[in-house]
Design a protein around this ligand. Structure first.
Ligand SMILES: *Cc1c(COP(=O)(O)O)cnc(C)c1O
Length: 403
């Protein structure tokens, strides 16, 4: 490989770019985690996270772990061996969460979802309606399936559960959607939320969390799954976290404070608008590339294409990993690969976290060059289409946000 000059563009859908402000906040000596300074930081951060999650009823517990750890925490605390859960199959990440449940002795009912489409709330409803004995203890859904770039309808699934009066808990993984587009824990009736540090929150990997509402907390008191590291009970006092299992991720808390400051200064709703604007530009570019055949956006339903990443499918007989390799080696643009069954079929452009227009436009230009070099059929001029997308609606969008 040649010597890399200039900025490397990191366009993965997690981990994401870490802002200098977060890096600087973390670059300081450690502290005693039982001393007042850290305890105040911890309490303040956990409280502020509730604002990001839009919950008053729920509380947040942090772990030194990657997102997979929060999956384990959800399963270890909320269930007993033999319990049944319903998991709509959205892709690689839903499969992984299902496997965590199976590893703890749960029975997983996997609900098929048509390829390249969002979960149909009515299909969830049919599975719950068939469960007349209420053996399904929870519905587990990924808000943003990072493997496919498809969003799933969180509020609508809860509406169906309510209509049927089914008592299952509702668990939602927001790892690649939180702080990128809207999530409302209380309003959408989510009992347990899964989150991680290295995506929309713009931190390094290594801090994960669960948000727990009173219903989920009550259930956790009666379940019998084996738990130790993830056990909520010793960590919680009067609805707030007072302890960790071992040493807390101290430096991540310094970074989280900076990240929360940044999100607050921009305004969470403006953060969502920025993500939508960058996602719209990316999608306009990919649609242009594929206007006479060739590459296409993996999500068939434009309304459910993710605002935090775009999965791009290459035509059969072509290798998406070649585009990635050229983008990385020649242009210093890192892209996400296809996971599991999608390996080689798609590449994923992350547009989540600390990004602006020139970063996205620069990356799209390099990807267009890589497509040509890899011999993937596409129409050139995608970046112009992305610029058109950024040009036209910007004023209207700003007005809408100010209103
Ligand atoms: C990244 C991701 C995970 C896994 O998180 P890790 O930090 O890699 O363990 C889980 N769910 C979703 C939706 C993700 O995007």
């Amino acid at each position: 490989m040649t010597v890399a000059r200039g900025w490397q563009f990191f366009m993965h859908p997690g981990p994401t770019n870490i802002p200098h402000r977060v890096l600087q906040a973390m670059a300081r000596p450690t502290v005693d985690f039982t001393a007042p300074e850290f305890v105040a930081l911890r309490d303040r951060s956990l409280q502020r996270m509730k604002g990001i999650l839009k919950t008053r009823e729920g509380f947040v517990i942090m772990y030194a772990a990657s997102g997979n750890g929060a999956w384990d925490a959800s399963i270890a605390n909320l269930f007993s061996p033999g319990d049944k859960v319903l998991v709509p199959q959205t892709g690689f990440f839903a499969d992984r969460w299902s496997n965590t449940a199976r590893a703890y002795g749960l029975e997983v009912e996997a609900l098929p979802t048509p390829d390249r489409r969002p979960v149909d709330p009515e299909a969830v409803g049919r599975a719950l309606a068939a469960d007349t004995k209420h053996q399904i203890k929870a519905v587990m859904l990924i808000q943003n399936e990072t493997a496919t770039g498809i969003r799933h309808p969180i509020a609508e699934v809860r509406a169906v559960m309510n209509r049927l009066g089914h008592p299952a808990l509702y668990l939602v993984d927001t790892i690649s959607s939180l702080a990128s587009y809207d999530f409302r824990m209380d309003e959408w009736g989510v009992d347990l939320v899964i989150g991680g540090s290295q995506k929309g929150l713009m931190l390094p990997p290594g801090m994960a969390f669960t948000a727990i509402n009173p219903r989920a907390w009550a259930v956790a008191q009666t379940t019998t799954n084996t738990r130790k590291y993830w056990d909520w009970r010793p960590m919680i006092e009067n609805g707030r976290q007072v302890q960790f299992c071992g040493t807390p991720p101290i430096s991540h808390f310094f970074g989280l404070e900076a990240s929360l400051d940044m999100l607050e200064e921009e305004g969470l709703e403006n953060v969502f608008v920025r993500h939508r604007r960058l996602a719209d530009a990316t999608r306009a570019c990919v649609r242009h590339w594929g206007k006479s055949g060739g590459v296409e956006i993996y999500s068939l339903d434009p309304d459910f294409a993710s605002d935090s990443l775009t999965a791009v499918m290459v035509p059969a007989g072509h290798d998406a990993d070649r585009v990635r390799a050229i983008a990385q080696d020649r242009y210093g643009v890192a892209l996400g690969r296809g996971l599991g069954v999608l390996q080689g079929k798609i590449f994923r452009i992350g547009h989540m976290g600390d990004l602006n227009e020139p970063m996205v436009l620069g990356a799209l230009a390099a990807i267009e060059l890589a497509l040509a070099e890899a011999g993937i059929p596409h129409a050139s001029g995608g970046v112009e289409a992305a610029m058109d997308s950024l040009r036209a609606p910007a004023a209207a969008r700003r007005a809408a946000v100010a209103a």
